[in-house]
Design a protein around this ligand. Structure first.
Ligand SMILES: Nc1ncnc2c1ncn2[C@@H]1O[C@H](COP(=O)(O)OP(=O)(O)OP(=O)(O)O)[C@@H](O)[C@H]1O
Ligand SMILES: [Mg+2]
Length: 358
C-alpha cells in the first residue's frame, strides 16, 4: 500500500472470534489514528477493548482484516518488531531491579550502551516526576508511583505509538485525576500517539482528541469528546457517556407539523422526522428546576414533585416525578435544597435533547 495516508495506525475491517465463542469479540472494526493523537477506546466490560489493543500490539491475530502502521501492513509482524509499547493495568515491574534499572531495561534489550541507557532512563523518570525514586525497588513504591515507573519504561525507547490498557484502574480518584493531567502533558511533550483503553467515560472525555465508543465488539460511535457527549448517535452512547434521562415520547401529527409529547404534554421546539413512539435523551445537567408557577419562556416544561435527592458534593441530583415518569436534574448544591414532595417545574431546552426513533 502506498504511504500516502497520514495515519500512523490503521485498523481495517478487523474481525475476531475466540475459539469456542458464540459471538465475535471484534466485529468489523475500522479506524485510523493520526500521528501524535490521543485516541481513546471507551466501552463497558467485555466490549472488546483489550482484544483490540492486543491486536494492535501483535499479541492476537485478526480472523479477517489488517493492521497498518504508517501505511505498512503489520498484521503478521511479531510484537517485538512493532514500534509500539503497551502499559497494562497491572504494572509488571521487575521486583529485583531498581526503578532506574527497570526503566533502562528496554534499552538494554535494544543493545544501548550503559551510559546512554542510564541517561535516557533518568530523563524519562524526570518526565513522570519520579527522578528522586531512581534507587528504590518497586515494592518500596505506592501504586501510583509504580504506574509512573511503568509509563517511563514504556516511553524510554520512544515508540511511535503507546498503548495503554486501563492504566489508572487500580488508583484512587485523586491519584487518577493527577495522573490524567500528567498523561496529557506527557503526551504533548513527547508527540507519541496514545491509544488509551478505558471504561471510564470521564477519563476518555477529559484527555482525548477523539474517542471510539465500543459496544459488543463494534464501534458504536467515533468522534471528538464533544461530539460523543453532546451529539450521541445512539441510545447506547447517550446512556454510556455521561448521565442522561432517556424518556419515552410520542411524536404525533399536529397543525401541519410533528409534535413530540412527553407524558401527553407537547414539548416546545423538539423536531422529529417522523411520527410514532421514540425516546428522548436529555442530560441531567441540561435539566433545570424552577418554582411550580414559573413560566416556561419557550423551554420544554413539565410539572412534577421532588421524589428523592442525592448529594454529590458540588451538585445535587434531584429525581422529580412528572406524571407517569421520572426526570433527573443535576443542579448546583450551593443554592437552596429541594425538600421531598415539593412541587417544581422541570425545564430544558429542545436544543439539548436528542431524539432516537425505532
Ligand atoms: N483469551 C480469550 N479466549 C476466549 N474469549 C476471550 C478471551 N479474551 C477475551 N475473551 C472474550 O472476548 C470478549 C471481549 O473481551 P475483552 O477482554 O476484549 O473485553 P474488554 O472490553 O477489555 O473488557 P474489560 O473492560 O472487562 O477489560 C469477552 O466476551 C471475553 O469474554
Ligand atoms: Mg480489558
Amino acid at each position: 500500500m502506498a504511504k500516502s495516508s497520514q495515519a500512523i495506525l490503521t485498523v481495517a475491517g478487523v474481525d475476531k472470534t475466540y475459539d469456542g465463542a458464540t459471538r465475535p469479540a471484534l466485529d468489523r472494526i475500522s479506524f485510523s489514528v493520526e500521528p501524535g493523537e490521543f485516541f481513546s477506546i471507551l466501552g463497558p466490560s467485555g466490549s472488546g477493548k483489550t482484544t483490540l489493543l492486543r491486536m494492535i500490539a501483535g499479541f492476537e491475530q485478526p480472523d479477517v482484516g489488517r493492521i497498518l502502521m504508517d501505511g505498512d501492513d503489520i498484521t503478521h509482524v511479531p510484537p517485538f518488531r512493532r514500534d509500539v509499547r503497551t502499559v497494562f493495568q497491572s504494572y509488571a515491574l521487575f521486583p529485583h531491579m531498581s526503578v532506574l534499572e527497570n526503566v533502562a531495561y528496554p534499552l538494554r534489550m535494544a543493545g544501548a550502551r550503559k551510559g546512554e541507557r542510564l541517561a535516557k532512563a533518568r530523563e524519562c523518570l524526570e518526565l513522570v516526576s519520579m527522578g528522586d525514586f531512581a534507587a528504590r525497588l518497586p515494592h518500596q513504591l505506592s501504586g501510583g508511583q509504580r504506574q509512573r515507573v511503568a509509563l517511563a519504561r514504556a516511553i524510554v525507547c520512544r515508540p511511535r505509538i503507546l498503548l495503554l490498557d486501563e492504566p489508572l484502574g487500580a488508583l484512587d480518584l485523586r491519584l487518577r485525576q493527577q495522573m490524567q493531567h500528567m498523561l496529557v502533558s506527557l503526551q504533548r511533550e513527547l508527540g507519541i500517539a496514545f491509544v488509551y483503553v478505558t471504561h471510564d467515560q470521564g477519563e476518555a472525555l477529559s484527555m482525548s482528541d477523539r474517542v471510539a465508543v465500543m459496544s459488543e465488539g463494534r464501534i458504536a460511535q467515533l468522534g471528538t469528546p464533544r461530539e460523543i457527549y453532546f451529539d450521541p448517535s445512539s441510545e447506547f452512547v447517550a446512556q454510556f457517556v455521561g448521565r442522561s434521562n432517556l424518556l419515552p415520547i410520542e411524536c404525533v401529527s399536529r397543525e401541519g407539523g410533528i409534535t413530540a409529547l412527553l407524558d401527553g404534554q407537547p414539548l416546545s421546539g423538539i423536531t422529529t422526522p417522523r411520527t410514532g413512539p421514540a425516546r428522548m435523551a436529555i442530560r441531567f445537567e441540561c435539566v433545570r428546576l424552577a418554582a411550580a408557577d414559573e413560566p416556561a419562556n419557550g423551554a420544554c416544561s413539565v410539572a412534577g414533585k421532588v421524589e428523592d435527592v442525592l448529594f454529590l458534593g458540588n451538585a445535587l441530583e434531584v429525581n422529580v416525578r412528572c406524571g407517569g415518569l421520572n426526570i433527573i436534574a443535576a443542579v448546583t448544591s450551593a443554592g437552596e435544597g429541594y425538600p421531598l414532595g415539593r412541587e417544581v417545574r422541570v425545564l430544558f431546552d429542545a436544543s439539548n435533547a436528542t431524539v432516537f426513533h425505532g
